[in-house]
Ligand binder design. Structure first.
Ligand SMILES: Cc1ncc(C[n+]2csc(CCOP(=O)(O)OP(=O)(O)O)c2C)c(N)n1
Ligand SMILES: [Mg+2]
Length: 550
């Protein structure tokens, strides 16, 4: 005989799961006991939201669903933001929540919330497990649904009586690889014809271009065709290595320097763009032709409505597209002359040594201490725009940011997951003083897990991004400032190391020393946000577009 929870854990092992993140409740105790006797590590967090962010980031970085567990009602509801984060961000994740017994109701309606219903709009699938016999197929199906394109979260609810029920053994369903079809030859021919006719082609790499399996294929495509490319915020780094074809990241929707190239393009080959991202450019009645290349068809939006589509396995389809056009694109490099000027603008004020430092200087200093494979995980705040614009990446998923749900609070948990998956790499969480405090309790988890991790807090004693928008919209400065704990003492109280930057030139050596020492470090630095208005509003408003290229 086998118990429901034993079968669930065996089914998770069958999927290759090695860790589960979460906060158990009494309804999960059978599962906890089954985990204790399994090869899967239970990683306790101090809030379910952080567990879900970690599981989602596991999915994002590996392509294999991360798993998190919580109790019923309150614990399950704490997964909601993480579910939405994975759903919008296209990150495979499995959430397992407990529930009271379904055959009896000995506690009446105590703690009972319709979690299945609450998870429906936030997941690809939300199901209750109603019998032990269903566990192997439901778990296999959950992983299939979570991991197949477009990836996302799946929720399974396991009532405590099913978890504890003894049943005859039920065979597990072995997973097998699924290879996606390559785009139809007619679609490839059409796209090739459009590219061959283009006078000023440009490639854009979007969120789905960052899927772990694509790293090599994109490099091949851009280097075989020689077309310059820009990225969306979540597509950053998706072309591996240096190509000299990168011309920027669209962190704003218009008017940034990179838009000089976008505005002049007559054809944009948009690879893996997912319209959950803040638009990297705005399509209108005039403007360039757009070809969508994706695992799934493009969404049609007011600001994004491609004229042609190449749908299928992206890497293989792009290889076949390159076969059709390699060496035949006379105008491939037409927009490349803009590259130097666009990238040059980003270096502006990056060397300034005023204190507090400018965002540009902080981005530059962070890049200095991060090796190529080092991972920077951002929380959500004003600095995200600066990192997206100014931070250069050569490896996919080395700047983890959330331009989909754009939630605060994910910076530290996502950095912790990156550090667990890549213990030899430098991992830095960059958080505002607002966003850090939304999940700062996970410093305890990071210390307990003995992670190597540095957290950089950009301190402005405010919800800076909203304060900036308030000023841009000419509202009076009101309601967006707060006080902070002494971050150095706060870090120390968790058993981490803390440091406060008091001179701009100390930032690089302090970060460097923290990485060398290993363990969990928190470094807090004040930031001069006057650059937000000076650059992102005044300078870009006055930007004179480049004259039209021939
Ligand atoms: C959970 C959540 N709440 C509110 C917001 C809206 N919001 C976006 S940025 C921001 C301010 C972030 O402040 P902080 O983390 O200090 O970063 P800063 O902009 O000051 O650098 C707020 C409130 C959000 N994105 N997510
Ligand atoms: Mg702040």
């Amino acid at each position: 005989m086998t118990k429901g929870s034993d079968l669930l854990v065996a089914a998770l092992e069958n999927e290759g799961v090695d860790r589960i993140f979460g906060v158990p409740g009494e309804e999960n105790l059978d599962v906890v006991e089954s985990l204790r006797r399994s090869g899967i590590e239970l990683v306790l967090t101090r809030h379910e939201q952080a567990a879900a962010f970690m599981a989602a980031t596991h999915g994002r970085l590996t392509g294999r669903a991360g798993v998190c567990i919580s109790t019923l009602g309150p614990g399950a509801l704490n997964f909601s933001t993480g579910a939405a984060y994975a759903h919008l961000g296209g990150m495979p994740m499995i959430m397992i929540t407990g529930q009271k017994a379904i055959m009896t109701a000995k506690q009446a309606r105590f703690q009972i919330v319709d979690v299945i219903a609450s998870m429906k709009p936030l997941t690809k699938m939300s199901r209750q497990i109603v019998s032990v016999a269903m566990i192997p197929t439901l778990v296999r199906d959950a992983f299939r649904v979570a991991e197949e394109e477009r990836p996302g979260p799946v929720h399974l609810e396991l009532p405590e009586d099913i978890a504890g029920e003894e049943s005859k053994p039920v065979p597990l369903v072995p997973p097998h690889p699924i290879d996606l079809p390559v785009a139809h030859p007619a679609a490839l021919d059409r796209a090739a014809a459009m590219l061959l006719k283009a006078r000023r082609p440009l490639v854009m790499l979007g969120a789905a271009a960052s899927r772990p399996r694509l790293a090599h294929g994109l490099y091949e495509f851009v280097s075989r065709t020689g077309i310059p490319f820009f990225t969306t915020q979540m597509g950053k780094g998706s072309v591996a290595g240096g190509t000299n074809l990168y011309i920027g990241t669209a962190a704003l929707s218009e008017r940034d320097y990179v838009h000089e190239a976008i505005d002049q393009a007559d054809l944009i080959l948009s690879i893996g763009h997912d319209t959950i991202e803040k638009p990297p450019f705005l399509m209108g009645p005039k403007g360039p032709q757009v070809i969508h290349v994706g695992y799934t068809a493009a969404n049609v939006e007011q600001v994004f409505f491609p004229h042609a589509e190449v749908v299928g396995d992206v890497g293989l389809s792009l290889a076949q597209l390159a076969d059709r056009i390699e060496g035949k694109l006379k105008n491939a490099a037409a927009l490349l002359p803009l590259r130097e000027k666009i990238l040059g603008r980003l270096a502006d004020r990056a060397e300034e040594d005023r204190f507090p430092p400018t965002p540009q200087r902080i981005v530059r200093d962070v890049r200095k201490v991060m090796p190529e494979d080092g991972i920077v995980a951002l929380d959500n705040g004003m600095y995200k725009i600066w990192f997206a614009r100014n931070y250069r990446t050569r490896v996919a998923n080395t700047l983890l940011l959330d331009n989909a749900l754009a939630t605060m609070g994910a910076g530290l948990p996502s950095a912790m997951m990156a550090s667990m998956l890549h213990p030899k790499c430098r991992v830095l969480a960059v958080c505002g003083d607002g966003g850090f405090m939304m999940n700062s309790q996970e410093m305890e988890t990071a210390v307990r897990l003995r992670l190597n991790l540095v957290v950089l807090i950009l301190q402005d004693d405010a919800y800076g991004m909203i304060r900036w928008k308030q000023a841009v919209d000419a509202f009076p400065d009101y309601g967006l400032t707060f006080g902070n704990p002494d971050f150095v003492k706060y870090a120390e109280s968790y058993g981490a190391k803390g440091a406060r930057i008091e001179a701009t030139e100390d930032l690089v050596p302090t970060l460097e020393a923290a990485f060398r020492a290993g363990g969990v470090h928190l470094v807090t630095v004040p930031i001069d946000y006057s650059e937000n208005i000076r650059v992102l509003i005044d300078e870009l408003r006055n930007r004179v577009p480049e004259p039209e290229l021939a």
